[in-house]
Design a protein around this ligand. Structure first.
Ligand SMILES: Nc1ncnc2c1ncn2[C@@H]1O[C@H](COP(=O)(O)OP(=O)(O)OP(=O)(O)O)[C@@H](O)[C@H]1O
Length: 618
């Protein structure tokens, strides 16, 4: 077992699952009913039509073979008795076979068409379900690599499942066809059926063995595939091009990509060669079986036990049965394979968010009366031993402007994430007006918070949409968007752009304009003004702004948020000192709280940090 650090827990578990038994494969088929139910839900009419047409199609091979037999026997009869040249029956039979051939071709085409349309619809349906479900999940679930692998597998299989859909349908169709053909064979010579199985079984077992191995290989490769995707993005994307050039990283990225791809190639090549070699041997056994049966039928015909028509009928049935059985058995491997992958897909839907709205949620208070009270709040990130926040006891009063100060990693952003319920506290609780934050309606809470994170997204959309994301319900409300832009001073920027509020931003799409860091930040800030939020949280909102812009932004901020609560995170003390109170964090814990003047007088941690920065300006 490889123990590269790329391998996470999930992949290591997968490698221990080196062989899936036949029973496990059969068990995996139990996923199919749920799958078919989803297909049915995608389009009941199409699914029904598909099934009906396939049943009709499955009867045609036997019918054609039988008509063929009648034609040959009739021709033989007519050639032996040239004096009775009544060809009516013969022509009727030929006409029937012709009609059968045409309808079978027509059915095939309609079935393929429905398959492809249904597949497209199903792929759309499942992609949307994945997106919808992902939207309900918690932030820390996205930060968990095991979860991420599941999401990745669920996403990748959207295409695989479309194939699975037509495979399952074809499987049923071929089984019915086989039933018809086998019935015909049994009537004439039951021993041929036995010979058929002997010829086919090794091929089936071989296929199923190699499918197992390929499944295990794919599963173990998921984390690497994710890294390959990431490297592909890193190596060729507008977001990364700048640093890649400056640090001259392309060689490093390409080398890593090439190393991982080689590893893939080697593992896959070995399996492919083995599979191909064994496949050839099994195919030989199958052909030998067919000729064995052929000899039996020829002997029967020569000895007069069967007619020439029966000879062609039996040989044809046997040949078709053999190829059908082979297809069915091989397809069983891929169907059960697909069914196992389906487990990953369903598993993804079984992941439930923990951060949810209470059963009987309390409406968010308007206005907030006593504020947010932290009671011994502590938080540990998933899989982390360290406490990112601990023993937090303080109150954020209504209308208060609170600044959070502390060195990198002190826990400022985490505190804000707890306040907005992106995470729930590991210990202690946060009360809003005396009631646990978890008792409030989650959507209502988020609607009443205006948050801009330091790593806000630069949406590759137009100027208006970039602001409207702050309250997407108002995306058509141009007045509100312009007023939000005015409040964050982004309006001045819009006026300078060729297409103003319609201007495409970013470089990814045609006619996009790239902005400076500070310009993007003003747009992001405008998002906070899109709602009439009761609590505004700005996580380093002015880091990229120049001194004048920062001063003006905060002047406006103070005016605009009069009477509202606000939390500001900043490393600039010129900003911090405008706050009513300042909360100093160190290693996740609160070490000081008070106004700028109070804390300076105290001459503690805050005064140290303040003087350190002030010294830099002298
Ligand atoms: N998603 C995460 N998963 C695990 N640990 C995290 C995560 N985010 C932050 N941490 C850890 O939690 C601690 C607090 O991080 P946080 O982002 O709250 O600090 P901060 O005070 O906002 O820092 P900065 O000033 O650099 O923005 C850090 O030690 C960090 O490594």
């Amino acid at each position: 077992m490889r123990t590269s650090k790329l391998f996470n827990k999930d992949s290591l578990q997968a490698t221990s699952k080196t062989n899936l038994t036949f029973r496990e494969r059969i068990a995996a088929l139990s996923n199919l009913p749920l799958f078919l139910k989803m297909v049915w839900r995608t389009s009941p009419a199409m699914t029904f039509a598909n099934m009906l047409l396939r049943i009709a199609r499955s009867a045609t091979p036997l019918a054609m073979l039988y008509i063929g037999k009648l034609i040959i026997d009739n021709v033989v009869l007519l050639s032996k008795t040239p004096q009775h040249h009544d060809l009516t029956l013969l022509w009727e039979l030929v006409a029937i076979e012709f009609a059968l051939a045409i309808s079978s071709d027509l059915l095939n085409r309609i079935i393929t068409l429905i398959d492809s349309l249904l597949g497209d619809l199903f792929s759309k349906y499942t992609s949307i379900r994945i997106l919808k479900h992902a939207a309900t999940l918690d932030l820390d679930q996205f930060e968990d690599s095991v979860f991420y692998d599941k999401l990745e597998r669920a996403r990748q299989q959207t295409i695989g499942r479309t194939v699975l859909l037509s495979q399952v349908m074809s499987q049923v169709q071929d089984m019915i066809t086989m039933g018809f053909l086998a019935a015909g064979l049994v009537v004439f010579n039951p021993w041929l059926i036995l010979l058929l199985f002997v010829a086919i079984l090794p091929s089936f077992l071989g296929e199923s063995h190699f499918n197992d191995r390929s499944y295990v290989l794919t599963r173990t490769q998921t984390p690497e595939k994710r890294e390959l995707d990431y490297l592909r993005f890193l190596g060729a994307s507008d977001e990364t091009a700048k640093e890649l050039k400056i640090f001259d990283l392309s060689g490093f990225v390409i080398e890593r990509f090439s190393m991982l791809s080689d590893r893939f190639y080697t593992a896959n090549k070995k399996l492919s060669i083995q599979r191909s070699a064994w496949g050839t041997i099994f195919a030989l056994i199958g052909t030998a079986g067919y000729y064995g049966a052929y000899i039996i039928i020829i002997l029967d015909t020569v000895s007069g036990k069967a007619t020439i028509g029966e000879l062609t009928f039996l040989a044809g049935s046997f040949r078709q049965l053999r190829s059908l059985l082979e297809t069915i058995l091989n397809r069983f491997s891929s169907v059960s394979q697909g069914a196992i992958y389906l487990r990953d897909f369903f598993d993804f839907f079984e992941i439930k968010p923990r951060i949810i709205t209470a059963l009987k949620p309390i409406p968010f208070p308007n206005p907030i009366k006593s504020g947010f009270k932290f009671e011994n709040v502590g938080f540990q990130y998933l899989n982390s031993e360290r406490w990112a926040n601990r023993h937090l006891n303080f109150t954020l009063y209504p209308g208060e402007k609170l600044a959070l100060v502390g060195e990198n990693g002190a826990g400022k952003t985490t505190l804000v994430k707890l306040l907005s319920r992106l995470y729930d506290p590991t210990e202690g609780r946060i009360l809003l007006d005396g009631k646990d934050l978890r008792d409030y309606d989650l959507a209502d809470l988020r609607m009443n918070l205006g948050i801009i994170f330091q790593d806000y997204i630069r949406y590759q959309m137009n100027f208006s949409q970039n602001i409207a994301v702050g309250n997407i319900k108002e995306k058509e409300n141009a007045t509100l968007i312009r007023s939000a832009a005015h409040q964050s001073m982004a309006d001045l920027l819009a006026e300078k752009l060729p297409q103003q509020y319609e201007q495409m931003l970013g470089k990814r799409f045609a006619q996009g304009v790239e902005l400076s860091g500070g310009e993007w930040q003003k747009i992001a800030l405008a998002r906070a003004y899109m709602k009439d939020a009761q609590l505004l949280i700005l996580d380093e909102p002015t880091a990229s702004l120049d001194a004048r812009a920062e001063y003006e932004v905060f002047q406006r901020f103070a005016e605009l948020t009069a009477g509202k609560s606000a939390v500001l995170i900043s490393h600039r003390f010129s900003t911090v000192r405008m706050a009513d109170r300042i909360l100093v964090l160190e290693k996740g814990e609160l070490v000081e709280i008070g106004s700028h003047e109070e804390l300076l007088l105290k001459n503690g941690r805050y005064a140290d940090l303040f003087n350190l920065q002030a010294m830099g300006y002298r």
